[in-house]
Design a protein around this ligand. Structure first.
Ligand code: BGC
Length: 746
């Protein structure tokens, strides 16, 4: 009997972590997490322990506690709720609980099979060999499975206790779940919990059973407690034999329908009828399909190959094409940092890889913004503006949920981003336009896309202030570089606002939908907006007065030891030119062809030395930028540093992965490969590729989805680039920086 399905034979698909290091455990849990866009589960050891932070997170299920949940907060904020732990396991031998000894933990191995979306753990306890395989199905997103294999070294009574534990809290100790009911169903049981303030119902239906010939004394008992469902399987085990338990779990919440408990129970019955093998094969097939459309290939560099796969693995696990009411939080479904809130990280960093590999996921994520337009309109109106201003931090309702204060260097400082970081409005519009360009989805473009674009333009037109000379200014903002607050004319904000105003004017003139005079006014504001760009050198001033700030020497700066704000203090830091992350460079990347090549190089030279990369969003876009400039040594160094944010498991605190994988950094890695090294430049005509592939990579191949077609594009270090058509209508491509357009067809 094939007890545990085989993992990929090719080690380049595997992520193996041996042993148990309390200092690294939280990062390991995040990095090896399994997720499918609906639900994610960290790779905590099944039996739990003092260093474990097990968490199952369900997209869109938020709750706001009655009181602030952290000392730095003045008022509480919604947070993604840690859902019941569905894979909790206790093993009892002769009545006593088996816990792995220190030596057992040293010998433990966890393997994430990124190709098949499987997490396998092998360990020993009290002479018993144990394996557990977990999956969050990609073929059926509300199904989870755990396979447990027990291999005793001596005869004896063994009892396995498999529970669904709803008595959990978030890492900050906040309890968000109250028990509703726990009852038998579908041969197993259903645990129903409710979020205390927001009132979401979460139901998990579970059934565990021993498969294969029944051993002597086999007993199965279920216990139904408030907040905990336990299935106990006990039997007389014989040395040298292997016993396999299959546990199937079906999940539903009140976000999915009116009767989540009934849905979960019925789903469990279906899963049982199909069996674990069916669930597994559908899951593996779903992953295979996604990899075929998403997997970068870098044959000459095993390290970058693995980093790229790691990025894509987590990006696939972050999004659910079937849910238009949830989006990707800053740490996706792998950790609790930023309380699961959605930032520009989604549209500008994590989303583009989905757009070019799985447009259906990209569409659903934009629909989340569309459905949340009422919240964005309310935010604009509350601030005295027209149109729609998306919240800087967004959760389930589309209202602004940015916390009011935070800790910086041990002191409580007010958080101004919620009131000032307005570029998010343009970021969402930019994504909407990119989606229309890349997919040709006219229904979206004319409907939800136009609604977003027009209301964002209305916001900017009311937000911009004219001066006596007829120029327009956007004052009192925070740009991407959050180390400077309440600045005027942030070039990124103004540049993207001008683009959004013109794009909306074009759209309104084509489709209607705007008031008389609106498009003309939008163009006038766009033309009048201060750009901060020196026409002679192409140098962009990040915001008005930036050039006058004190220069900063960042030699030796290491974010993982201390961020600049912690070193200098929040206010002293603001007097310097230090950047938290790419800012003007972000504008250049998004609007590359609107600037001459000299501007690209001049701004990179000016800003890069003052950038601390204290935000995880910065390194990958520097890799992208440097790759476009053809400065491959720098680009590769940045790419490596970007990958190490999550993959260096020894990093402490927020600088590492312990609170979740930095999904924006992972999206940035994909973008550095596709838009940097492969040199992809989407345009109205089609796709241009102007690659710069490092000599150490034999080649770089990436699958790209474009207007209903699939391409496979390969570039080589000598500058050659080739596109293979794999389905759909012909695609206009230009293979080379100055190459002519031609049709690529099957
Ligand atoms: C960055 C923001 C980002 C947020 C969430 C902050 O530290 O400055 O750009 O959106 O983290 O990742």
């Amino acid at each position: 009997m094939n007890l545990i399905p085989p993992l990929s034979a090719d080690p380049s698909w595997l992520f193996v972590v041996d042993g148990y290091d309390p200092d690294r455990e939280a990062s390991v849990e995040a990095v090896l997490a399994i997720a499918n866009g609906y639900v994610g589960t960290r790779a905590a050891v099944d039996e739990g322990g003092p260093h474990s932070r097990p968490a199952t997170l369900i997209a869109g299920v938020f709750d706001t506690p009655a009181l602030p949940q952290a000392p730095e907060l003045e008022s509480p904020v919604p947070e993604l709720v840690v859902a019941p732990d569905w894979s909790r396991l206790r093993v009892l031998l002769g009545g006593g609980e088996l816990r792995p000894a220190a030596a057992d933990l040293r010998a433990m191995r966890r393997t994430l099979d990124m190709r098949q979306g499987l997490l396998l753990r092998r360990w020993r306890a009290g002479g018993v060999g144990l394996s557990s395989l977990r999956l969050a199905s990609l073929g059926d997103r509300r199904a989870l499975a755990q396979l447990v294999l027990v291999e005793p070294a001596a005869d004896g009574e063994i009892c396995l206790e498999l529970s669904v534990d709803g008595q959990v809290t978030n890492a900050n100790d906040t309890r968000h779940l109250a028990p509703v009911s726990c009852f038998p169903a579908a041969g197993g049981g259903v645990l129903v919990m409710r979020t205390i303030q927001s009132g979401y119902t979460i139901a998990l239906a579970s059934r565990a059973e021993l498969v294969g010939p029944p051993p002597a004394g086999l007993r199965r008992e279920l216990s139904f407690e408030a907040g905990r469902l336990t299935e106990r399987i006990s039997f007389s085990a014989q040395a040298g034999r292997a016993y396999l338990i299959h546990k199937l779990v079906a999940l539903a919440t009140s976000r999915d329908g009116a009767d989540p408990a009934g849905m979960a129970a019925a789903h469990l019955a279906d899963l049982r009828a199909g069996g674990v093998d069916r669930l597994l094969s559908d899951h593996i097939a779903a992953w295979a399909e996604r990899w075929a459309g998403a997997g970068p290939e870098i044959p000459g560099d095993a390290e970058v190959q693995r980093q790229a796969r790691f990025a894509v693995y987590h990006l696939i696990g972050a999004a659910n094409p079937d849910d238009e009411r949830a989006s990707i939080g800053a740490r996706a479904l792998t950790g609790e940092r930023y309380r699961g809130h959605v930032f520009w990280d989604t549209e500008i960093f994590a989303w583009p890889p989905l757009l070019y590999t799985h447009p259906a996921s990209a569409r659903a994520l934009l629909m989340y913004r569309y459905h949340n337009l009422p919240g964005a309109r309310a935010k604009a109106a509350a601030m005295g503006y027209a149109g729609a201003l998306f919240p800087w931090e967004s959760a389930d309702t589309g209202e602004e949920v940015t916390p009011d204060s935070m800790l910086s260097g041990g002191a409580r400082v007010p958080v101004l981003t919620g009131g000032e970081e307005h570029h998010i409005a343009a970021d969402v519009a930019y994504a909407a336009a990119q989606y229309a360009l890349a997919t040709g989805d006219q229904a979206f473009r004319r409907g939800p896309g136009a609604a977003i674009m027009l209301d964002v333009a209305r916001f900017w037109a009311s937000r911009a202030e004219p001066d006596a000379d007829g120029a327009f200014h956007i004052r009192r903002v925070i740009g991407p570089d959050e180390y400077h607050e309440t600045v005027d004319d942030n070039a990124y904000t103004n540049g993207l606002a001008a683009w959004a105003l013109r794009a909306a004017a074009d759209l309104a003139e084509e489709l209607g939908g705007a008031g008389a005079g609106e498009p003309a006014r939008w163009r006038a504001v766009a033309d009048g907006l201060v750009t901060g760009c020196d026409p002679a050198s192409g140098l962009i001033e990040q915001f008005s007065g930036y050039h006058l700030l004190e220069p900063i020497d960042l030699g030796g700066h290491d974010t993982s030891i201390a961020t600049v704000d912690a070193r200098l203090g929040w206010y002293a830091m603001q007097r310097t030119r230090v950047l938290k992350q790419a800012d003007a460079l972000m504008l250049l990347i998004l609007r590359w062809d609107s600037y001459p090549p000299a501007a690209h190089a001049a701004n990179f030279a000016y800003y890069e030395p003052s950038t601390s990369h204290d935000s995880s969003l910065s390194l990958s876009f520097h890799a992208l930028f440097a790759a476009r400039l053809g400065r491959l040594d720098i680009a590769q160094a940045y790419l490596r540093r970007a990958a190490l944010i999550d993959l260096d498991l020894g990093r402490r605190g927020h600088a590492g992965a312990s609170d979740g994988v930095h999904i924006a950094a992972q999206g940035g890695i994909w973008q550095a490969l596709a838009l940097g090294f492969l040199g992809m430049r989407p345009a109205a005509e089609g796709l241009r590729f102007a690659p710069h592939v490092p000599a150490g990579w034999r080649s770089l191949t990436m699958p790209i989805a474009w207007r209903g077609s699939r391409l496979r594009v390969t570039a080589w270090p000598d500058g050659r680039v080739e596109a293979t058509h794999e389905g759909g209508p012909p695609v206009r491509v230009a293979l080379g920086a100055n190459a002519a357009w031609s049709d690529c067809r099957l």
